[in-house]
Write a protein that binds this ligand. Sequence first.
Ligand code: P6P
Length: 294
Amino acid sequence: MATEHAEGLTEIFDTVAALAPEIREALPGRRVKSDETNPSGETQLAADSYADELFLDRLGDLDGVVEYASEERTKAVHTDDDGQNYDAGDLSVAIDPLDGSSNLQSNNTMGTIVAVYDAPLPASGADLVGAAYVLFGPITTMITADDEGVTEYLVDDGTRQVIREDVTLPEEPSVYGFGGRVPDWPADFADYADEVEADDTMKLRYGGAMIGDINQVLTYGGVFSYPALQSAPNGKLRLQFEGNPIGFIIESAGGRSSDGSGSILDVEPTDLHQRVPVHVGNEGLVERLEAALD
Ligand code: P6P
């Protein structure tokens, strides 16, 4: 890990892990919809707002963190006392406090996505120094990625206990998950999906929370796409909070990311809540996708 960021990243990942049991315990009582919507126009659950406030409070307190942004907030919050100054070593955190919170009412997987940039937000994926996600499944796990690779932890008790080091995508892919409604897929993506589905070594795994589907790809090899749609040319997922961190994690695990034409990490940031088509997985599958969309 780049020494200038090692301490800051460790503090951020430890803080996110420490909050995991507290957030998981609070979920049962916060399944209700609030009458608020987030900047992307999605209905907020009480759990979304609760988790967002908790992350801002704890991450904002860290000396190394100078800026906090989340899917639930219109603007970034400057959390240091020297205002807009951005000094070497400062870190910005962009977080999806509860990715897939609509799965809460159906008791399916969900969790938290964290992107750590060494640049003001909105930032390019090239400015990422680390990324992570916490997955609330049958057990609570955390995946972290930095310049040393990808590690999986058990975080049930709020501490990070390593369960897998140097995590890489299996060479032989076996799962796929494609978001959006099939009639809304552009023809070239629909053709690619048909090709993948015709492959009898591939099984459909799509659960409605990106990180649950990504964890399937990271564990079994395959491809996850939330493509550009006819009704939404930039797709649904947000670059700062979903596309960049997940692209960083999958690329750090030896896979590929793409917005349809090239690495998601190269997409120019223009707005904090900009959307981006997201394709991540084994190199061969992503290369075939880019050829299909070309
Ligand atoms: P759809 C959850 O709301 C999310 O942002 C991602 O976690 C997930 O991959 C996607 O949206 C699911 O979208 O259209 O299938 O409900």
